[in-house]
Design a protein around this ligand. Structure first.
Ligand code: GTQ
Ligand code: FE2
Length: 359
């Protein structure tokens, strides 16, 4: 290269940079990765760790002082301190002490609740009070008014899943407090459940075929109904290492929210699921049973209440010690809607190269 060209190039790079342009050929970070390279990493939050901390939060932090919600968010160490479980998903433990209420509001991000322990709380969604019991799924679709009330003398814990990081990435977050601290409950509790009954619980795999931009009108899915369908599936496939059900919109058969899919996986004790991966992130919450999952070669042992993240395109297989039920939250409806969802069965079980130490 001649000295003139070298000097001209130097000036060119300076001029380009000065006006806010970056030549693609100078970017060293790989942008178009051959496969997804999520920043979040496989991680697990153990119930033995978070439960006493939730109890301390109830004692120490009144809802008013601690903000609108008494929530401990799952912070994935791969995300540079951001309070997100994965790049697209918020996951958290929410707790409400005896006789407490959390103020009503609404936001464009959609949320789901999976109930861990206790009873006596109801979440009011646009005036419909949904009673919450262990193993139930409750929806608060985007822009629906919602608040939580504990009418019992014991505290209650549940898992919150939101599409907040995704909606934030789309610069689509809106929030509004309700004019009153709590909504007025209209009519009897559980009106959506009375109207739609058990029609929102499907055998696994079918919701994927349908897309619906509207959220489910059924707002609460009872554990007893989920369990009954799991048992029907298990009886129909006695050889299978696992069976699954999906929670769906009973009107369309699509995922519960346009952004979030929820399912329940029943793992047969002593068996392992075939290793596979899919694009998009997942947060799993153990409802019953013990076992371990291998995620990208790392072993994660789990038991009831434990929560863990399977980032996009990570290889995963689940092993149950005894029959285990695991709740699965994913962003797959968005990838499907965009026509970019991929999944792959892997030929070989993974070899375990390390074991995760819970914090
Ligand atoms: O219960 O309304 O975990 O608004 C995060 C944001 C729960 C809620 C969270 C929320 C809520
Ligand atoms: Fe909220």
């Amino acid at each position: 290269m001649t000295v003139e060209i070298e000097q001209a190039l130097e000036v060119f790079y300076r001029d380009v940079d000065a006006v806010g342009l970056t030549p693609l050929w100078t970017i060293t970070e790989q942008l178009l990765t051959p496969v997804p390279k999520p920043k979040s990493i496989p991680w697990l939050w153990s119930a033995n760790t978070y439960r006493p901390l939730a109890e301390r939060a109830i004692e120490l932090v009144p809802i008013e002082r601690g903000g609108e919600r008494r929530v401990l968010s799952l912070r994935n160490p791969g995300l540079g301190g951001r309070p997100y479980a994965a790049g697209t998903l918020w996951g958290a433990v929410q707790c409400l002490g005896p006789r407490e209420t959390a103020p009503a509001h609404r936001h464009t991000p959609g949320a789901i609740r999976f109930v861990l322990e206790g009873e006596g709380v109801f979440t009011t969604v646009n005036g419909d009070a949904c009673d919450m019991y262990s193993g139930d799924l409750v929806l608060t679709p985007g822009w629906a008014w919602h608040d939580h009330s504990n009418t019992a003398d014991a505290s209650m814990l549940w898992f919150d899943g939101l599409d907040l990081p995704m909606i934030e990435a789309l610069d689509g977050v809106f929030f509004e407090p309700h004019p009153d601290n709590n909504q007025r409950v209209e009519g009897p509790h559980n009106r959506s459940a009375a109207q739609y009954g058990t029609t929102g619980i499907y055998a696994g795999g079918r919701a994927a075929e349908t897309l619906d931009p509207a959220p489910s009108p059924l707002l609460v899915y009872r554990w007893a109904d989920t369990e009954a369908e799991l048992e029907r599936r298990a009886a129909a496939s006695p050889e299978a290492p696992s069976v699954s059900v999906e929670y769906v919109n009973p009107r369309s058969g699509a995922s519960v929210l346009p952004t979030l899919a929820c399912g329940m996986l029943r793992l047969v004790g002593g068996r392992a699921t075939p290793p596979r991966r899919q694009s998009g992130n997942q947060v799993l919450v153990v409802h019953h049973g013990t076992g371990y999952s291998v995620i990208d070669g790392q072993r994660f042992d789990w038991g009831p209440g434990d929560m863990f993240v399977v980032p996009s395109w990570s290889a995963v297989e689940h092993h149950a010690a005894e029959t285990a039920d695991v709740f699965v939250l994913s962003d797959s409806p968005v990838l499907r809607a965009l026509g970019i969802f991929r999944e792959q069965e892997l030929a070989e079980p993974q070899s375990v190269t390390s074991t995760f130490t819970p914090q």
